[in-house]
Each structure stands twice: as structure tokens, then as C-alpha cells.
Design a binder for this molecule. Structure first.
Ligand code: NI
Length: 173
């Protein structure tokens, strides 16, 4: 396993719609391992393939936050939301591609998602709480959408300018 570098917004690759994963190959399994390691190292609770420059429909997440709970890594290949609750919930969201910036985003409180597992089997599961927010945020990445796209333009531009400055600083050092 190895840690991959995470793209920082703004980057055109974070705005693209990803291609479905056609087959679960060794490369896909290696990517899943690397994405989990990269996510835990960051640390974060979710990571989508485009964030590590791979334009495939695939994400990893682990929102297990209970004290003393063991890790619960999940790999979702070709995920899609097949049902959303009418109830909405608001979370203060962040993103590994937009470091240290947080903003409240309203989304459906619960969603049912279908995907293919690493074993090739079809899975359907309903998520709520933080898991629901996280899976929706990560699926958005696969469609070229970031959480700041839900914010008012002024706030979004402010965050984007901060990220441009951060990238200039990173490039210099
Ligand atoms: Ni994100």
C-alpha cells in the first residue's frame, strides 16, 4: 500500500464526471488499498478516486467515530443513490481537497445507495447520520461536484481564493 497525493481545489480533475469501473482488477484492488491508507493518513472519513487523480467511479469511507470502535473501512465501486429521504439534515462539511475550510451543507438525512463491492457483489444499504452525509459528499466528487458548490457564490469564491493562495505557497516550498 502507498499513500497517494491528494489534489487541492481548484483543479480541473475535481470538476470532471468519472467513468464507471468496468472490471475489478488488481489495479482496482490496489487503488482501494491506497485510497484507504491515504484517507486514514490524512486523516479523513471519506475519499473519492478523482481526489487522487484517478477518474474512476469509486470511493472509500469510514465514518466510525465511536470511542474504541474498530475501523469500518468501506469501498464502494460504481455507487449511486437510489433513494433519498424527504427529511433533511445539516452538517458542517469539510473536504481533504479543500483543507481547513468548513461550511454547513443541507442534504437528505438518509439515502439508500447501491454499489459493487470489491468481491464483485452488488450491495444496497441505507445510510443515515454522518455516514449519509459522507456517502453523498463522496458520490458528488464522482460527478465533479464539491461541497462548496452548495454555498453562496461569494462564500465559494472566498474559499477558492484561499485555496489558490495555499497552492501558491505549497508550490514555493
Ligand atoms: Ni471531499
Amino acid at each position: 500500500m502507498s499513500i497517494r497525493s491528494i489534489l487541492i481545489h481548484p483543479d480541473p480533475r475535481l470538476k470532471k464526471i468519472t467513468a464507471p469501473v468496468a472490471e475489478i482488477t488488481d489495479d482496482v484492488r490496489r487503488l482501494a488499498d491506497d485510497m484507504l491508507e491515504t484517507m486514514y493518513d490524512a486523516p479523513g472519513i471519506g475519499l473519492a478516486a478523482p481526489q487522487v487523480s484517478v477518474m474512476s467511479r469509486m470511493l472509500v469511507m469510514d465514518c466510525e467515530k465511536e470511542e474504541g470502535a474498530s475501523a469500518n473501512p468501506m469501498v464502494l465501486i460504481n455507487p449511486s443513490v437510489i433513494w433519498s429521504s424527504e427529511d433533511r439534515s445539516v452538517y458542517d462539511e469539510g473536504c481533504l481537497s479543500i483543507p481547513d475550510q468548513y461550511a454547513e451543507v443541507e442534504r437528505p438525512a438518509a439515502v439508500k445507495v447501491s454499489w459493487t463491492g470489491l468481491d464483485g457483489k452488488e450491495v444496497q444499504e441505507t445510510f443515515d447520520g454522518l455516514w449519509s452525509t459522507c456517502v453523498q459528499h463522496e458520490i458528488d466528487h464522482l460527478d465533479g461536484k464539491l461541497f462548496i458548490d452548495y454555498l453562496k457564490p461569494l462564500k465559494r469564491q472566498m474559499i477558492t481564493r484561499k485555496m489558490q493562495k495555499l497552492k501558491r505557497e505549497m508550490a514555493r516550498s
